[in-house]
Write a protein that binds this ligand. Structure first.
Ligand SMILES: [Zn+2]
Length: 399
């Protein structure tokens, strides 16, 4: 079936997802097998039904259909319900799930798998469907055994509300809202309210601050969400399976970097003066990557500091406030440096305006400085990673 589609990376993604799952989770054969079954059956059925459907929508880049998504949901629902029971019998499991829990498990896993299919692009569902199915299945089951299912349900409903609002007010586009929902589900499922609160703080304050300035809403897509959400979600998941304080610190550090950087940008916009390009006396327009202003810098420190105070109430680490503040400022500084020296900056050949986008006035722009493949998302991603590594290093040296 891959042959029929346009250029896809599906054939590369599939072995990668199998490799990740089999190297870390070889002791969880049921979840592994069900995740692969979901990709093998539910995904092709979704694309067959979808290709016959007349009603399409474009959540991000690839065309999807409501019928295809419904088919995907129903097929994975059947695979999870029947498969879980059949495999529990095959492996001679010591306990069986009550029917309502089994149905809840199938709904949660199928919903997450279907949402990850909706925002997939060029065959990336071969990577996301097995991974998201596996992790949502595990998350639901472990929350069940810990007696936390009620909280997971409350969070799922609450986050559906949050992301519907964010979509309505154009803080996120459709793909961004789905991506945010999935990342929230992974992080809440990994550590409950304690783990999600710092993320909610980052998300709400950055949305609020960006609504203060007189600019059109940001309408962030799934790549922008992943640029800030992938590293924290990864640390949260690792902490969930391998509970170690270092991983928890990595999670906090990456959020601190995004908070510091977003606060710097958004509060910098409120400044009356234009910012300076870092390490130079050149004034540039507000929001240009690699620029700093006094107010923005104060905002960045304040964001990281407040996050540090919140985290010090939630988690028990020595000097957490200081560590979070330093990690946030480091992350934000790395963001500025990368933005100044490496991020691709372009000039529009039609109207001559400077831009950070590859398209302007519907025409391809000309590269002026930096590298074409380093965009704002990439810079944010590295800055997040820097925040994580900074806090981990500080705690190893002084903790
Ligand atoms: Zn232009």
């Amino acid at each position: 079936m891959n042959r029929v589609e346009r250029d896809t990376f599906g054939t590369i993604y599939f072995p990668i997802s199998i490799l990740i799952l089999s190297s870390f989770f070889w002791d969880k054969p049921i979840s592994f097998f069900l995740a692969v079954l979901t990709l093998t059956f539910a995904d092709p059925i979704a694309s067959i039904v979808g290709s016959r459907s007349k009603h399409h929508f474009i959540p991000w880049i690839d065309k999807k259909s409501i019928n295809g998504s419904l088919a995907m949901f129903c097929t994975s629902f059947i695979i999870i319900t029947i498969g879980t029971d059949a495999m529990a019998r095959y492996y001679g499991s010591s306990f069986y799930l009550p029917l309502h829990i089994l149905i809840g498990l199938a709904i949660f896993t199928s919903m997450c798998a279907t949402l990850s299919e909706i925002i997939s692009y060029k065959g990336s569902d071969n990577l996301t469907i097995p991974l998201i199915s596996f992790f949502s299945y595990e998350i639901f089951l472990i929350n069940y055994t810990h007696g936390n299912l009620f909280h997971l349900l409350i969070w799922t409903i609450l986050s559906l509300l949050i992301f519907t609002c964010a979509y309505k007010y154009k803080s996120l586009d459709f793909s961004g809202a789905i991506g945010g929902f999935l990342i929230g589900a992974v992080i809440f499922g990994s550590g409950g309210w304690k783990l999600i609160l710092p993320l909610v703080f980052f998300f709400l304050t950055s949305s609020l601050l960006s609504s203060l300035k007189n600019k059109p809403p940001s309408n962030r897509d799934v790549m922008q969400i992943l640029a800030n959400g992938f590293i924290p979600a990864l640390f949260a998941l690792c902490y969930f399976f391998f509970p170690n304080g270092i991983l928890l610190l990595g999670y906090i550090g990456s959020l601190s970097a995004s908070t510091a950087d977003t606060w710097a940008t958004e509060i910098g916009f409120l400044s009356k003066k234009n910012p300076y390009l870092v390490f130079s006396f050149k004034q540039v327009s507000k929001g240009e990557s690699g620029s700093i202003s006094a107010i923005g810098t104060i905002g960045s420190i304040a964001g990281a500091l407040i996050l540090g105070i919140i985290c010090s109430y939630l988690f028990e680490f020595n000097y957490l406030i200081v560590m979070v503040t330093i990690a946030g400022c480091m992350g934000s500084f790395i963001d500025t440096l990368l933005g100044r020296y490496f991020q691709g900056k372009y000039i529009c050949i039609k109207c001559g305006q400077k831009t950070e986008n590859k398209l302007h006035c519907n025409t391809e722009t000309k590269l002026k400085t930096g590298y074409r493949y380093i965009d704002n998302n990439f810079v944010n991603f590295i800055a997040n990673l820097a925040g994580s590594l900074a806090i981990i290093l500080i705690s190893l040296m002084y903790g």
